[in-house]
Design a protein around this ligand. Structure first.
Ligand SMILES: [Fe+2]
Length: 175
């Protein structure tokens, strides 16, 4: 839920199209966070071979939005599709992630829909394996004996919003 890591982790995949420095995280008045990643240039064609969803404004056609309803209902939107990240925590250090690629129902009749879905799956796999490799290293670092929390970048505002939600939930239980 931040684009700060695009600079290093996705420097050849997401960063050229959605530069971290342009990302925005609006104020939230509820248990959610929105990460708005403006496209550097408008898409000249649909990157995944799917038609744009009708009725979208120009920024909605081009930009990438990652959203979370705390703690872990995650959806990412772009002009042609939605990606649902189904996170199923199983313990303090383990989770199962299922990534679902969602398109309008009418597109199931496209003759090449299987090919498009395979292409989208392959791209998502490349991008998220970049994340997983980095996250594994972050997790190792977090468990190190001298690890301390550093200051967050303004580009990591979603993490601060999640932390505010945690604090609020903990105060409700008196923990
Ligand atoms: Fe990532």
């Amino acid at each position: 839920m931040e684009a700060y890591h695009h600079i290093a982790i996705h420097k050849e995949t997401l960063e050229p199209a959605y530069p971290a420095k342009n990302s925005k995280i609006p104020d939230a008045d509820g248990p959610y966070s929105i990460l708005h990643m403006p496209a550097l240039v408008p898409h000249s064609e649909d990157p995944d071979g799917l038609p744009l969803i009708e009725g979208l404004e120009e920024w909605q056609k081009n930009d990438l939005l990652a959203t979370v309803l705390f703690p872990h209902f995650l959806l990412a939107f772009q002009g042609t599709s939605v990606v649902w990240y189904q996170v199923m925590p199983s313990s303090v250090d383990r989770l199962l992630l299922r990534i679902h690629f969602l398109v309008p129902k009418a597109l199931r009749d496209l003759s090449n829909i299987d090919e498009i879905a395979e292409g989208a799956g392959a791209l998502l796999s490349i991008i998220h394996h970049e994340d997983i490799e980095a996250n594994d290293m972050v997790w190792e670092g977090l468990k190190a004996p001298v690890t301390m929390q550093g200051r967050l970048s303004p580009l990591e505002r979603s993490i601060w919003q999640l932390n505010q939600w945690w604090l609020s939930e903990l105060s409700k239980t008196g923990s």
